[in-house]
Design a protein around this ligand. Structure first.
Ligand code: 13P
Length: 250
């Protein structure tokens, strides 16, 4: 069944108490009795709050994801977390290639591809994040940059495996800035991604991220190749995030 996804990336925010409170508020609203099962809600708490959040959403229809995953399966990698450990904590998804990690942790497309494979091999569903900087957009390189980021993962993991994951288009200039791609700008990139994946990617969920809020989500989600949202700041407020989630048409 084709799924639409609404994803909350909590980034490095909150305490155990606020994380559980937010998860509990979401779980009260988002359960099998109240929601369309074709729309899946996933929250990505900080690692240290993962098990508490997993417990808080256990009886709801909400899934848990990891904001990062090691490319290694085990060993002397101080501070890292393997895909197997995340599965063990109840994770179903993992973000790979978020622009903040590409920029601040120097994650290359090759490392992102290794993380993608490690996640998938352990049974996690990767959400591969791609997107161009403002300079790259101004230089008309948007589609080239995004398709190159995806091609690096296809080369390592294979097209069929990339199509079994989800891809999130997050223009770097729209992340955390209050600037959003117009629905037309977003759809143009999403349709290029769909074309790159070809026949195998007809049902691959393609998400948009970058300053999504309830006030702009409906127009974005109405685009034919946008199958949900990856939400940062607005996912930290339960009512706002639920309002965004309810704008997704499965
Ligand atoms: P904002 O919604 O805060 O712009 O963040 C988007 C994002 O980076 C989600 O991964």
């Amino acid at each position: 069944m084709f799924k639409s996804l609404i994803v909350g990336n909590w980034k490095m925010h909150g305490t155990a108490e606020t994380a559980v409170k937010l998860a509990t508020q979401l779980a009260e609203d988002w359960n099998a009795d109240t929601v369309d099962s074709a729309v899946e809600m996933i929250v990505f708490p900080p690692f240290v709050h993962m098990s508490a959040v997993a417990a808080a959403v256990a009886k709801s229809a909400i899934s848990i994801g990891a904001q990062n995953v090691s490319e290694y399966s085990a060993g002397a990698y101080t501070g890292e977390t393997s895909a197997e450990m995340l599965v063990d904590q109840g994770c179903k998804y993992a973000l790979v290639g978020h622009s903040e990690r590409r920029a601040m942790q120097n994650e290359s497309s090759e490392i992102v591809a290794e993380k993608f494979v490690a996640a998938q091999n352990a049974g996690l569903i990767p959400i591969l994040c791609v997107g161009e900087t403002l300079q790259q957009r101004q230089d008309n390189q948007t589609v080239e940059v995004v398709s190159g980021q995806i091609a690096a993962v296809i080369e390592r993991a294979g097209l069929q495996n990339v199509c079994r994951a989800a891809i999130a288009y997050e223009p770097v200039w729209a992340v955390g800035t209050g600037e959003t791609a117009s629905p037309e700008q977003a759809q143009q990139v999403h349709s290029a991604i769909r074309a790159q994946l070809g026949e195998a990617g007809i049902s691959t969920p393609l998400l948009y991220g970058g300053s999504v809020k309830a006030a702009n989500a409906a127009e974005l989600f109405a685009q034919p190749d946008i199958n949900g949202g990856l939400v940062g700041g607005a996912s930290l407020e339960a009512v706002e995030f639920l309002n965004i989630a309810k704008l997704i048409e499965a």
